[in-house]
Ligand binder design. Structure first.
Ligand code: GAF
Length: 382
């Protein structure tokens, strides 16, 4: 793929590019916790976006999407949200650097890869992080990876209109081969845990659906969490976010809550606890317990946070009946995309085959499955 990207770049722009790569991510557990100052446990995977970039002596950027086979040119003096939606992930990054008074000079860029779009594997974060990483190197800004993650996150807020947390951008930049990484989204401290793949594989089942409510409901969930925090702050003056809340504190104030807001908040509080318990299980080598936490996470997302959908629920219920699967859950923002499954190595083929069969029978459409490998975060190739 990277050679295709390099050659296409040369054909179109007639320059010698530098190549970069930036991965998508999975999240083992800790969903919708990042924007509540909580914990997440993602990993970068071998679904990646490749970038060919070269500086030019102009005041414009020429962007080419390999997947769309489309070019869009922009004047650096007038970077704003565009009608070309794929370009916005890139323009958003340029705008953030400009806002931070870092000089963005003209450049040509061609990008493309194999992160499925809309599958909940963070193709958008991979694009944002890849460009942030590339420009940081090419123009020598000297920013560290955390600063780049924040640039990429702001790009998503301001140019894609999703008020996402930092998990996806963090995972794309901080991934480490064969490790998952627990991030404290408040302090931004992180710990790598080896993920022993000698007996198990991470299998992704892509529903191939993306229900249209995804981004509006995402922003609604954030507001519901903020509404819950506002109620609790009347009683606990030092409380900043749901990260500071226990189930008991919530129960005590239940009567003041709208029932929907209450269950949203309870889910977040419990999910934070589950991430900590899952990490302990991982440290003890207890993958069975880890898997149980994944199923519990899905149940919360399905019934209390209500960001799942029939296709995801069906796949998780099927996985749960399969003794070769340790744990499964929906992943990412929800309303479609993938489930993540921890599957016994010897059973991977049977598992994907039977999941395909039952999914097709139930929904009349095909399922896509991927075996994900955990890889390093964004890097320069050559
Ligand atoms: C999306 C967001 F981009 C992340 O920040 C995170 O909130 C996730 O949904 C849910 O855990 O991927």
């Amino acid at each position: 793929m990277q050679e295709l990207i390099r050659n296409k770049f040369k054909d179109i722009f007639n320059l010698e590019p530098t190549l970069f790569r930036s991965p998508g991510r999975v999240n083992l557990i800790g969903e919708h916790t990042d924007y509540n100052d909580g914990f997440v446990l993602p990993a970068a995977i071998n679904k990646e976006i490749f970038f060919a970039v070269a500086p030019t002596n102009t005041s414009s950027v020429r962007l080419y999407s390999f997947d769309m086979q489309e070019q869009a040119d922009f004047d650096l003096e007038a970077i704003r949200v565009s009608d070309i939606s794929w370009a916005n992930y890139l323009l958003g990054v340029v705008a953030q650097f400009q806002k931070a008074d870092l000089q963005v000079k003209g450049f040509d860029l061609l990008f493309g890869g194999n992160v499925p779009i809309g599958a909940g594997l963070s193709s958008s974060a991979a694009v944002e992080c890849g460009l942030a990483f590339a420009l940081n190197q090419i123009f020598d800004y000297g920013l560290d990876r955390m600063a780049l993650a924040k640039v990429a996150q702001k790009a998503e807020h301001e140019f894609a209109g999703v008020r996402c947390g930092i998990m996806d951008q963090f995972a794309s930049l901080f991934g480490k081969k064969e490790h998952v990484v627990k991030l404290d989204c408040r302090s931004l401290e992180y710990t790598y845990y080896p993920f022993d793949m000698s007996q198990y594989r991470i299998v992704l089942c892509d529903t191939q659906v993306k229900h249209s409510l995804a981004s509006s409901e995402y922003n609604t969930r954030r507001m519901e969490c903020e509404a819950g925090v506002a109620i609790l702050q009347k009683h606990y003056h030092n409380l900043i976010s749901l990260r500071d809340v226990t189930p008991e504190m919530l129960e005590e104030q239940r009567t003041e809550f709208d029932p929907v807001v209450f269950k949203r908040c309870m889910y977040v509080v419990q999910e934070n606890k589950r991430v900590e318990e899952a990490c302990e299980a991982l440290q003890q080598g207890n993958l069975h317990l880890f898997g149980e936490k994944m199923y519990a996470s899905h149940a919360g997302l399905q019934h209390d946070y209500e960001v799942s959908c029939p296709e995801l629920d069906f796949l998780v219920a099927e996985a749960k009946q399969n003794t070769s699967v340790l744990g499964a859950r929906m992943m990412g923002g929800g309303f479609g995309g993938c489930t993540i499954n921890i599957v016994n190595i010897a059973a991977v083929e049977d598992f994907t085959h039977s999941m395909n069969e039952v999914y097709e029978k139930r929904f009349g459409m095909s399922l896509k499955t991927y075996v994900a490998e955990i890889v390093d975060g964004s890097s320069k190739i050559s």
